[in-house]
Structures are given as C-alpha cells and as structure tokens.
Design a protein around this ligand. Structure first.
Ligand code: HMG
Ligand code: MG
Length: 302
C-alpha cells in the first residue's frame, strides 16, 4: 500500500538556486525559505557550505543562514545544508546548523567532476564529517548521485549503486537520498534499485528519492517509490534545479506537482498548495522566467 504521510524534503533554495545563471539576492533567498516554511514545508534545504568558487550561486551561505536560522527554532522545521568536507562542516556548525548532508556519487566521472575525488576518496572525505556531525547530534543525510544514469558513463549498474549506498550508510548516515541527477530513470528501474538496496540491508524507511524531471518521469518514478514504501520525497518549489557539474540535469520534480498528486491520493503532506504556488510565482518574478511546473501554471490565472 501507499504511505499515509509523505515528508517532502524541499530542495528549491539549494538544488534550485545553485543552478541559476543570475545572482539571487540573499534577502530574496531568505524570504523564499520563510515563505516555504509558511506554506507548510518542514524540511527546507537552505544552502551549501561548498567551495565558493565551485558554486558561486551559494557563496552567500554565511550571510543567508543567520537570516533564516530562527525558523528552525520554531515548530518542527529543519534546515539541512550540504557539506562536502570538514571545512564545510566547520562553517556549518559555526552558524548553528543542526542537519547536514554529504553528497557522494555512484560513478567515478561525476565524483571527479563534482568533488575532485574518486568515489572512494570522497567516501574517505565524508567519514570524519559524518562522525563529527553525529558527535554533535546533528542529523546526517547521504545523497547518492547518478543512481540510474550518468551523462558520461551511460546506464549505471545497480550493483555499483548498492556498493556506494551501503558505504554511505556504513559511515553512519541517518538517511540516504537516491539521486536521479539527470532525470533518466523509469519506474521499473526505481523498483529494481530499491529492491536491491533492501536485499543489501538498506531498509526502506532510511531511503528518500530525488528525481530530476528531464524526461517527465519524476512523478511516475515517485509513485513507484511510494508503492515500495518510501515516504521521503525530494522536490523543488516551482521545479527549479539542476546541477552545474552535470549539464544534462534539469529541474527537480516540482513540489507543486508532487503535492497535487499526493493530495489526490489522500496522502498527507501538511503543505498548503495555494501558498506554495504563490511562492513559486513570486520567485519566478525575481528570476525573470515562468516556473516550468505544470501545476503552478494550471493554478495561476493568466
Ligand atoms: P578541491 O579543489 O579538491 O578542494 O575541491 P581542496 O580540498 O583541495 O581544498 C582547496 C582549497 O579550498 C583549500 O583552501 C580549502 O580550504 C578550500 P586553501 O588551503 O588552498 O586556501 N575549501 C573550502 N573553502 C570553503 N568551503 C569548503 C571548502 N573546501 C575546501 N567547503 C570540494 C573539493 C569538495 C571543496 C569542491 O569540489 C566542491 O566544493 N564541490 C561542490 C560541488 C557542488 O556543490 N555540487 C552541487 C551539489 S551536488 C548535487 O547537486 C547533486 C544532488 O542534488 C543530488 C542529485 O541530484 O543527484 C545533491
Ligand atoms: Mg539534485
């Protein structure tokens, strides 16, 4: 059966805005995050503590986090941040971050391009990050990119994904997010990967799914994951997103499209779709182009 409730892991401010060509003012980012919280999102990935030259779009993390940190103190909202290494962890902890995410790759090419490391070197880089974060009682998510296909290596064998997924869990990650970075997955592949991960000892409650919508498969893939028992789904408001180090990546599954489907299925999210849509329309005004989300367009009178 389907889960009664889904926790949406909102990645718009991070995955969405990391990919914008123009600079989004820090105040606009802060307001975006606040509006997402008002719309009922409880997990809002705020920014990344990566090298500012690698992702200039998020180089204002030090200025942004204090503008929104108080949201995490009220109610049940968490503001995870991406942290690739100990330098990033120092920066995040110094600002009071309580929830972090490391981000590995199932393929060597993307590990080299995104982290300047081999897959195993990146795991070694994450090990002290996860250990220290856990010692500080912060929660740790492990992203795994290129779980289905890779723009340079093609289809990615399930066994290769399982090996790195297990390694991330063995480091002590609380949760694993399975990334279809370039949006090539189809539902049968999703079910096969989740089944293989279960067989390797990764339990379904520890897994989330992270679909980019390049081929329009993100919702179908999500439904396959829900049928498997997954109840954590990543999405980005308005369908923003992509990855500067994987050119063929387009936006994430739009949160509005996801909420429309989940509302229809009677699955609880706590998200107010009208409030969320208004937020994406407002942000689209700042970005200077309309949201690619079909649901946002359908709900917005022209
Ligand atoms: P590197 O060049 O190998 O870094 O980059 P290094 O370890 O050799 O250090 C070089 C210098 O950078 C040092 O300074 C460090 O202190 C500094 P120096 O001693 O020479 O003066 N440095 C830092 N400064 C600030 N913050 C830091 C930091 N780290 C080192 N954290 C590195 C390695 C990992 C840093 C780099 O490759 C990087 O920042 N990569 C991030 C790429 C990224 O953010 N990609 C997008 C996110 S992943 C994604 O979008 C996929 C996802 O959505 C899931 C999916 O869709 O599949 C999550
Ligand atoms: Mg992504």
């Amino acid at each position: 059966g389907l889960p009664a409730r889904v926790r949406i892991h909102e990645v718009g401010p991070r995955d969405g805005l990391q990919n914008e060509k123009g600079t989004v003012p820090t105040e606009v980012k802060a307001q975006f995050i606040r509006r997402l919280a008002v719309a009922g999102l409880t997990t809002i990935e705020a920014t990344s503590f990566v090298h500012p030259k690698w992702v200039p779009q998020l180089a204002d993390a030090e200025a942004l986090f204090p503008l929104v940190g108080d949201i995490a103190d009220v109610g049940d909202v968490s503001l995870p941040v991406l942290v690739p290494n100990e330098r990033g962890l120092d920066r995040a902890l110094a600002l009071g971050a309580r929830s972090i995410a490391v981000f590995g790759s199932a393929t060597e090419t993307f590990a080299a391009r995104n982290l300047n490391r081999t897959v195993d070197e990146s795991l070694a880089m994450f090990a002290p990050v996860v250990a220290r974060a856990k010692a500080e009682k912060a929660s740790v998510r492990g992203y795994l990119s290129m779980c289905f296909g890779d723009p340079w290596e093609g289809a990615v064998p399930v066994a290769q994904v399982v090996r790195v997924a297990k390694a991330l869990m063995d480091l002590g990650c609380d949760e694993l997010s399975l990334g279809d970075t370039i949006g090539v997955a189809t539902p049968g592949h999703v079910t096969a990967l989740l089944t293989a991960l279960n067989e390797a000892g990764v339990a379904t409650p520890a897994m989330g799914v992270h679909f980019h919508d390049t081929y329009g498969q993100a919702l179908s893939n999500t439904l396959a994951a829900l049928r498997h028992g997954v109840s954590t789904v990543d999405a980005s408001a308005g369908g923003l997103g992509g990855c500067p180090y994987a050119e063929s990546a387009t936006g994430n599954l739009a949160t509005e499209d996801l909420v429309w489907m989940l509302d229809g299925l009677g699955i609880e999210t706590g998200v107010d779709l009208d409030e969320l849509t208004a937020t994406s329309v407002w942000l689209a005004g700042h970005l200077g182009r309309p949201s690619p989300s079909r649901t946002v367009r359908a709900l917005t009178p022209s």
